[in-house]
Design a protein around this ligand. Structure first.
Ligand code: AMP
Ligand code: MG
Length: 442
């Protein structure tokens, strides 16, 4: 308890007083920082094919020049540019003696009055330095060679149009052998995947995936596919959570549903702690719930029950069981999403050292509110919103349907969350509000 929540004197204090969302975020942040100081990053070596989206656990240094050999940037004729003298006529003639294709280099020596036909990417023989594109030498108006090319044929060129080095890609021009091209901590996207392949790298050391165990709690829950009995509901939270976690590239361990019984819950938590870095549960943490849930969690580890001044999502359990961080989220489906986005997600990003990765940053927007919204000062409120542009091109937002914390349909309709900050009171129409755009987040 001391290590987890240094600022608290006792758990009791938090049962009587709600934390602001900002305070809760800070405490979680501090706790994750402490945890990271005492744990080293797990890494694994995987095939390049599997590496997309993963985070590098090593620097990538090139063992080769890219391109490996000096080659042609165009289809054309390769030759050695003659030394120019002031009075020299600009006309040049070279005898065609062969060809160099991509993957099939010309292997003989080319004399200074000779040239070869060369294709883009084909190796440029050492003694040659310049490529004249076909179209600049002997193309008809359709871009085809005027004549069939035959070996021994003389090719005429206007020397004034070229200088030594034209259309030549030098070995190592893109990447020098020994250069560091990707850094530890970088996330592998499509371009970095291609870059590693271009260096001939087949395996790569990456951060191990964060293992997150999830389960739902509640005697009223059934699995989709079952026949719903009276008074029961389908468990939706596990599916929402799984989606949110997969979106962050976590390894999800889905443990199913735990009944509202101390023993069932205990087994599930033990199992979860054995296999995961983080445990996320939903339901069973509000005031109305049997005290045994809280007592049990506290018994098994260092777990705090926080009331957070936010809506939806007031109750939250946070702490540690074994070596796993525990987030006990409220049961209401929308509260699950909002607490996940505002409290769990930043912690998971921090644990995977991706908190500064712009790909995961929430790019907040501001918009004019189309309608008044009731808001109590003293808590952060999240509303589901739908945006539009008005005639002046300004971003405007209105509520997306019914806002009850169990209502997922308005979350599906919404394209943003409207974040009404802690100290704000009622919002008047045309006031500016902060938005979290949902695409990319959920
Ligand atoms: P609780 O915090 O356990 O009292 O749950 C609050 C509300 O959320 C209740 O109406 C529950 O039925 C509902 N709920 C809890 N867990 C789930 C779940 N996994 N899927 C859908 N609804 C849930
Ligand atoms: Mg419940």
């Amino acid at each position: 308890m001391k290590t987890l929540d240094p600022s608290s004197q006792n758990t009791q204090a938090f049962n009587t007083q709600a934390l602001s969302l900002g305070q809760a975020q800070q405490r979680i942040d501090q706790c994750v920082q402490d945890l990271l100081q005492n744990t080293s990053l797990r890494t694994e070596r995987i095939q390049l094919e599997e590496a997309f989206g993963r985070t590098l656990a090593q620097d990538i240094t090139s063992a080769v020049h890219v391109p490996a050999h000096t080659n042609s940037a165009m289809d054309g004729f390769a030759f050695r540019m003659p030394q120019k003298t002031n009075a020299e006529p600009t006309n040049m003639r070279f005898k065609l003696v062969g060809e160099s294709l991509a993957g099939k280099p010309f292997t003989k020596t080319v004399a200074h009055d000779e040239c070869i036909k060369i294709m883009t990417g084909a190796l440029l023989p050492l003694e040659l330095d310049t490529v004249a594109p076909f179209e600049s030498v002997m193309m008809d108006s359709l871009g085809e060679p005027k004549n069939e090319l035959t070996l021994g044929q003389w090719i005429d060129m206007d020397g004034a149009r070229f200088k030594a080095g034209d259309n030549r890609r030098l070995a190592g021009e893109d990447i020098q052998k020994g250069a560091r091209v990707l850094l530890q901590g970088q996330r592998l996207h499509a371009a970095s995947m291609g870059l590693m392949a271009s260096l001939g790298i087949a395996q790569v050391e990456v951060q191990a995936l964060l293992k997150v165990a999830i389960f739902s709690t509640g005697d009223e829950l059934q699995r989709p596919g079952e026949t719903l009995k009276p008074g029961m509901i389908f468990d939706s939270n596990r599916y929402t959570l799984k989606g949110l976690l997969q979106g962050l590239g976590c390894e999800v361990i889905d443990l199913g549903i735990a009944a509202d019984q101390p023993l069932a819950l205990k087994h599930m938590l033990l199992e979860a702690a054995k296999v995961s870095d983080v445990i996320i549960t939903s339901g069973g943490v509000s005031d109305g719930d049997a005290d045994h849930t809280k007592a049990l969690m506290q018994d098994m580890g260092e777990v705090y029950f926080w009331k957070i001044a936010m809506r939806p999502g007031r109750p939250l359990a946070f702490g540690k069981i074994g070596n796993s961080l525990l987030f006990g989220l409220p049961g209401n489906p929308v509260a699950v999403m909002v607490t996940f986005l505002s409290l769990v997600r930043p912690a998971l990003l921090q644990m995977t050292r991706r908190q500064d990765d712009p790909a995961f940053a929430i790019s907040t927007l501001t918009a004019l509110c189309d309608e008044p919204i009731k808001k109590k000062p003293g808590r952060t409120e999240f509303q589901r919103g739908m945006t539009r542009r008005n005639a002046h091109g300004q971003l405007c937002v209105r509520l997306s349907g019914h806002q009850g914390s169990g209502i997922l349909s308005s979350m599906v309709q919404a394209d943003c969350l409207i974040v009404l900050e802690h100290d704000r009171a009622d919002i008047q129409a045309q006031e500016t509000v902060t938005l979290w755009p949902l695409p990319g987040l959920i």
